[in-house]
Design a protein around this ligand. Structure first.
Ligand code: 9WN
Length: 451
């Protein structure tokens, strides 16, 4: 039986009710074991058979509790693919897999033609920089000599990752990172990207020339549309034709957005690096100073006092994007977020839009559930995802809301207990959607169960 076939509710419980914590834990460990691939974990054997950047960070946090040595191998494998400019590619392709195992594959990215790339094939994009936080948590979950040595080895690479973002991706010169593709946000088809994506010229018919791999393994109604994909490919082509160089992006790149989640991760990475630096006997001061500057820029540029939440900024129009998505809540992970913004985000989280409560009636959605275009089945346009809930919960704990954090934790564990380690979940019923054996769901539920 494949891992994907095994992770059904029936595998959790014979009675049809939610599984006990021990069974959830066992399923999570089995899922991570089944998705382990010589030196990394695939997000899903069927849908995503290569190594992904932010997935590996979340996965390392869970692995640290069951196989600490694998947690460090996971991160080391990813950082071996770091480019000379410091970028950590969002996909690292496994050369042993057949052509067509994932779309778009290496033939679309052609990373070998760009400057300063590793010997393995990668994409040219990045994902939210949650790796320093993951490395710190992996160490805290499994402290010891081996962990400290691994941290020491990773530290310069984590610093280089931040330097790439700060030096090459601050397109507006405002202290924030600009993403150049929706895939960089990790929330690919979020309604947050509808307005900037509408300005990217492309035709859905382009997709007739390609074979999408995702819709062969998941319901097309739960995935981005062909028009989305046509635009994704057009943006990749534009960046690739520039040799993935970031100079001159502002002149003609078709998608340039400052994302609250990406920048919250960017700031949180400096906080984590400060702690790592202290553990290693380095000066944490410069990291703390950079963290403070990022939080200040995030508040100044992306907080909207009119809505009381953070919104992405479209650098092509200069305007904030109005859609109220869960991205707006994620700056809560910043420990130095001012009280005014924390309070506003707690109001937003508790509102009917997101429903965070001590006793949650329904899972945390990725988009305002009162919006007319809320789509409970389609990927990042409504469904509930564990990595996002995990980040929001962490933020609530950081800012002194343990009851809300506990409500969210209970809700997330309940999702996995009821449906298995799915990729995402129906935001009303909790039914499992997407891949049924998804690695970060397994890793993060392990992390939640540990407390
Ligand atoms: C494109 C691997 C990745 C996640 C992303 C998620 C999805 C890829 C896809 O899968 O994106 O990168 O093919 O849809 O949106 O967050 O990292 O799990």
């Amino acid at each position: 039986m494949t891992a994907d076939a095994g992770a059904t509710p029936a595998a959790l419980t014979r009675t049809g009710g939610p599984a006990e914590p021990a069974a959830v834990r066992r399923l999570a460990v089995d899922t991570l074991d089944a998705n382990w691939e010589h030196d990394h974990t695939v997000p899903s054997r069927t849908l995503y058979p290569h190594q992904w950047s932010w997935d590996s960070a979340f996965i390392a946090i869970g692995l640290a509790q069951v196989h600490p040595e694998r947690a460090w191998r996971e991160l080391a494998s990813l950082f071996r693919a770091q480019w000379a400019d410091g970028r950590v590619p969002h996909i690292l392709f496994n050369p042993a897999l057949r052509v067509g195992a994932y779309f778009p594959g290496p033939e679309m990215w052609r990373s070998a033609d760009a400057q300063g790339t590793p010997t393995v094939d990668t994409s040219g994009l990045v994902q939210p920089p949650v790796h320093a936080l993951a490395a710190l948590l992996a160490y805290q979950r499994a402290p010891g000599v081996a962990g400290l040595a691994a941290l020491r080895q990773l530290y310069p690479a984590l610093v280089a990752e931040q330097r790439y973002l700060a030096d090459r991706r601050d397109v507006a010169g405002d202290g924030l990172v600009c993403i150049v593709h929706p895939w960089e946000s990790g929330l690919d088809n979020s309604p947050a990207w509808d307005a900037p994506m509408a300005a990217v010229p492309a035709e859905a018919a382009v997709m007739r020339a390609y074979r999408r791999h995702d819709t062969a393994h998941a319901d097309a109604a739960h995935r981005p549309t062909d028009l989305d994909y046509a635009r994704y490919l057009a943006i990749v082509a534009a960046y690739r034709e520039h040799g993935y160089a970031d100079r001159g992006l502002a002149d003609d790149h078709p998608f340039l957005v400052e994302c609250p989640l990406f920048n919250a991760a960017f700031g949180s990475a400096e906080h984590a690096l400060a702690e790592i630096a202290a553990l290693l006997g380095h000066d944490p001061g410069p990291h703390r100073a950079r963290a403070a500057r990022i939080t200040e820029a995030l508040v100044r540029r992306l907080y909207d006092p009119a809505t009381g939440t953070f919104q992405p900024r479209d650098l092509r129009t200069g305007r904030l994007i109005g859609a109220r998505t869960v991205l707006g809540l994620t700056p809560l992970v910043l420990p130095d977020l001012p009280t005014r913004q924390v309070d506003a985000l707690v109001v937003e989280a508790r509102s009917a839009r997101f429903g965070v409560a001590r006793h949650m009636e329904r899972p945390l959605p990725t988009y305002d559930r009162t919006a007319p275009d809320f789509e409970p089945l389609r990927y990042w346009r409504g469904p509930s995802w564990l990595n996002i809930g995990w980040l929001v919960r962490r933020g609530l704990l950081t800012h002194g809301h343990p009851e809300l954090a506990a409500g969210l934790r209970h809700s997330m564990i309940g999702l996995v207990a009821g449906a298995g380690c799915h990729e995402y979940f129906h935001p009303d019923t909790g039914v499992g959607l997407g891949s049924p054996a998804f690695s970060w769901t397994a890793a993060l539920v392990l992390d939640l169960l540990r407390e």
